[in-house]
Design a protein around this ligand. Structure first.
Ligand SMILES: Cc1cc2nc3c(=O)[nH]c(=O)nc-3n(C[C@H](O)[C@H](O)[C@H](O)COP(=O)(O)OP(=O)(O)OC[C@H]3O[C@@H](n4cnc5c(N)ncnc54)[C@H](O)[C@@H]3O)c2cc1C
Ligand code: SF4
Length: 569
């Protein structure tokens, strides 16, 4: 993937992209396709599409039947908190917490991935648009600052991104969850179909739709990527490229232009400010292998190192002009940290449909779009904004007999029959942008490279806690309406960060005094620096956010290249 791998290393480029995950892959594709010689600096190792060592392994081929030992888990005290990511099938994707420390004034679960492709290889692929009301809510409610962008500004870019990555889903005509350019949705199973009909008839304002998921469900197009075989092993990497990742989709497209160079093992430590031009002139990196410090130069820089990665670099880039971090005239850099709060809802069991099963292992679930605080009729007295549910129905597997410690013929006979149907709904709620929820740099606490580490200081507040009450009760009332038995609510609790939708620490806004970026993801204070990972988000919505990062990245590149061509950058 090097266009100049021979001879002396080139250090000057048209564009530099920091990070190669979901947003960095998009920046690289758009910049290179527009003819810019682009250097992607990625702190982790190279992973080429197809280099997914566990993709076709079964549990019995993995160490300890795909379980970590207690000794091994000692390296993952934070990332282990998810309960589903740290196991031998996926362990090569996650950096050790012990090697990448940070401090927690309040508990914060930082779930990250350091390799080419970043978390695009590991994400859940749920892809939902923000709605017009999401972009207007801050202004209407007097929360934080207004988004400088409206839905109509970004809608064409959602179209553009969905068409390229492939998103399966159903158009529903809902104002709170705009329709998109979808491939055929995945199928409901019999219990979900039955529950959908009953719930929608009892609660007309609540809709159940199939999860909108970045999977190819129809042959053809997509640059040779394959169709999803519904085997639900996506987090191991998909050999067919059937779900969207940078590795399978945007980076190969960028490479095909001949304009891309990816430099792995390149930890960007600082953005270099040029006093003469009042712009950035390049970046400084630490080579993760040789520990050498190097500088690279470009006309335009795209920061896509993930919300906290980008914030860390910006806070560490101090100069006479920016004593508190690059572009931080507003003092908002590192503040307004958001995530989605989740891990609560309800489950129930069904005695029906015992003669029915489903085909394959569908790699998505059903989705219940937000139905609270949409209008006067759905207004809630105790909280603003709202939540959606992800969920689904399935038949219990053989694991149900573990508790009974059964063995021998009895066990074999029992597990040859599928178990009961059960169904669950888990809520994802919006968190407000609180100035005091923040990350700061600990200048005296260094990591193994000698770089300052982050301190996390964020918490849920009254609005989130009030919302959580209804997140449980509404799930239970819907499952009951669907005729499920033994419906039980649960709240497993979650720290900020565990939603893995961290965002907001370099927000967009109209006023440079109160925001870091303008409406083009461009730094108010340094016009050739663009931040297009989740740091730019001015509010969170309750929808999974990565589709929005992709759409804003494509839009920002389009603007940046226009400005470059006009000689404005
Ligand atoms: C298990 C899981 C499930 C998820 N499910 C969903 C979902 O269903 N829907 C959804 O919308 N989102 C989901 N997400 C979140 C999604 O993965 C992120 O929102 C998305 O990847 C963010 O994109 P990004 O480009 O900002 O960061 P990343 O994809 O994390 O990429 C950042 C890249 O920058 C690199 N980097 C960091 N620091 C530096 C540095 N100093 N120098 C150079 N490179 C650096 C990293 O190594 C990494 O490769 C999920 C995440 C996980 C882990
Ligand atoms: S479920 Fe589909 S996208 Fe996921 S790994 Fe299997 S084929 Fe690939």
């Amino acid at each position: 993937m090097y266009f100049n791998s021979e001879g002396q290393e080139e250090v000057s480029y048209d564009a530099i992209v920091i990070g190669s995950g979901i947003s960095g892959g998009w920046a690289a594709k758009e910049l290179t396709e527009k003819g810019l010689k682009t250097l992607v600096l990625e702190r982790g190792r190279m992973v080429k599409h197809g280099e997914y060592p566990t993709a076709n392994m079964d549990d019995w081929e993995l160490p300890n039947r795909n379980k970590m030992t207690l000794e091994e888990m000692k390296d993952y005290p934070v990332q282990g908190r998810t309960g589903y990511t740290i196991n031998p099938a996926h362990i090569h994707w996650w950096p050790k917490d012990t090697e990448h420390p940070y401090t927690e004034t309040k508990p914060f679960d930082w779930i990250r991935a350091y390799h080419v492709g970043g978390r695009s290889l590991l994400w859940g692929r749920q892809s939902y648009r923000l709605s017009p009301m999401d972009f207007e809510a801050n202004l209407k409610e007097g929360i934080a600052v207004d988004w400088p962008v409206r839905y109509s500004d970004i809608a064409p870019w959602y179209d553009y991104v969905e068409t390229f990555i492939g998103v399966s889903g159903q158009n529903e005509g809902l104002p709170q969850l705009p329709d998109g350019k979808f491939l055929p949705p995945m199928e409901y199973n019999c219990l979900e179909k039955d529950a959908k009909a009953k719930i929608e008839s009892k609660f007309p304002e609540r809709k159940i739709t199939m999860g909108r998921t970045a999977h190819i469900t129809q042959e053809g197009g997509y640059n040779g990527r394959g169709t999803c075989l519904t085997r639900n092993r996506c987090m191991r990497g998909c050999p067919f490229g059937a779900y969207f990742s940078s590795n399978a989709s945007t980076l190969p497209a960028a490479e095909a232009t001949g304009n891309l160079r990816i430099r792995p093992h390149s930890i960007v430590t600082e953005i270099i400010f040029d006093d003469a031009t009042q712009k950035a002139k390049g970046v400084r990196i630490l080579d993760g292998e040789t520990k050498e410090s190097k500088e690279y130069f470009a006309k335009v820089i795209f920061m896509c190192a993930s919300t906290l990665g980008t914030t860390q670099i910006l806070l560490n880039s101090t100069s006479e002009r920016f004593p508190d971090g690059f572009g931080n005239d507003s003092g908002e850099l590192g503040h307004n940290l958001m995530d989605h709060h989740f891990r609560l809802g309800a489950n129930g069991r069904s005695d029906d449909f015992k003669d029915q099963y489903y085909k394959g292992r569908r790699p998505t679930g059903i989705y219940v779009p937000r139905f609270q605080n949409l209008d006067a009729k759905t207004k809630r007295p105790n909280y603003i904004r709202g939540f959606g549910y992800q969920g689904g129905a399935s038949r219990e597997g053989w694991g149900r007999y573990i508790a009974e410690a059964n063995y021998g013929k009895g066990l074999k006979d029992a597990i040859s029959q599928p178990g009961n149907w059960s169904m669950g709904l888990m809520a994802f709620g919006e968190c407000l942008p609180y100035h005091e929820n923040k990350v700061t740099l600990e200048k005296d606490k260094k990591d193994m490279y000698g770089l300052p580490t982050l301190n996390m200081d964020a918490e849920w507040k009254t609005n989130e806690y009030e919302m959580r009450k209804e997140m449980m009760s509404a799930a239970a009332e819907m499952l009951e309406a669907a005729g499920l038995k033994d419906v039980k609510t649960y709240d497993s609790g979650c720290n900020p960060g565990l939603g893995i939708h961290e965002m907001g620490t370099a927000r967009m806004g109209l006023d440079p005094k109160t925001s870091v970026l303008n409406k083009w993801n461009q730094m108010h204070a340094a016009k050739n620096v663009f931040v297009t990972d989740g740091s730019f988000m001015t509010s969170a919505g309750c929808q999974n956010p990565s589709l929005t990062y992709m759409a804003f990245t494509a839009r920002a590149v389009n603007y940046a290249v226009e400005e470059l061509n006009k000689g404005n950058l």
